[in-house]
Each structure stands twice: as structure tokens, then as C-alpha cells.
Design a protein around this ligand. Structure first.
Ligand SMILES: [Zn+2]
Length: 138
């Protein structure tokens, strides 16, 4: 029996979701967004440490893969972000913001993608690029 793409661990496990994003953003390993350092970086493993937090021992600052990305200002779990991105990109005709809300229980506004959910038309990225309307319409 074949597995569904929706069974992917990154869609259900927060640590796996971070690992998936990290492997795309940092294919060669973590890069400190504060000083650009790539050496002397370790994952922080304290009980109260948030998932995906690293410490750079060159500048002594903590960071996650979210810094400098569209995920930075969002408090939505990474696994939910990946589910939303999958739904937005997997349909030829895109997905409406209302359908996304009904399916995932999260609005585009909560994801931090736009000021109001109606600002964003969820069309496939390629279509938006050809139409010259990449990003939220204002
Ligand atoms: Zn640093």
C-alpha cells in the first residue's frame, strides 16, 4: 500500500517540520543570521528551549531557521505552515483563503501572510509570476 504525501512526518511533528525547513534553508548546516558564522553552532537542548533553537558561540546569540524568512513574525506552528504551503501549492487552481481556513483552521492573516485574508488570492506561484501579481494584492 502506498503512503500518502500527507503522512509525511513534517506535517505532524514540530521537530520534523523544523528539520525539513532547516534542510532547505541551510543545506550545508546552520548559518548564524546575526554574524554569518557557520562554525561553533550547537542546538540548544534545555527543557524550556523552543524547538529548533541554535546558539552561535561566535556572537553568543540564539537563533532559529525562522529568522529572515516568512515564518519569522508568525507564532503558528511550523508543521501547520508546511500543511498550508502544501495545500496552496498542490492544486493547479490554488486554494481560496476560506478553504484553507476550513481545512486547517488557520487564516492567512494568522499565518502573517497579509493584513486581511481577502488581500491574498491563493493562486499557484507560477500563475502569479506570469500575471505579475506576486505577493499580496493591495
Ligand atoms: Zn553568530
Amino acid at each position: 500500500m502506498s503512503r500518502s504525501v500527507l503522512d509525511a512526518r513534517a506535517f505532524h511533528d514540530e521537530a520534523a517540520a523544523y528539520r525539513w525547513v532547516e534542510s532547505r534553508v541551510w543545506p550545508e548546516g546552520p548559518i548564524c543570521p546575526h554574524c554569518g558564522g557557520t562554525d561553533h553552532i550547537s542546538p540548544m537542548k534545555g527543557k524550556s528551549t523552543r524547538i529548533g533553537t541554535y546558539k552561535c558561540y561566535q556572537c553568543r546569540k540564539p537563533f532559529t531557521v525562522k529568522i529572515g524568512t516568512i515564518f519569522e513574525a508568525s507564532h503558528v506552528p511550523m508543521r501547520l505552515w508546511l500543511q498550508a504551503m502544501f495545500l496552496m501549492c498542490s492544486s493547479k487552481k490554488g486554494i481560496s483563503s476560506n478553504q484553507l481556513h476550513r481545512t486547517l483552521g488557520v487564516t492567512l492573516k494568522r499565518l502573517g501572510l497579509c493584513r486581511t485574508a481577502s488581500d491574498w488570492r491563493c493562486t499557484p506561484l507560477a500563475s502569479r509570476r506570469w500575471a505579475g501579481t506576486v505577493g499580496p494584492s493591495r
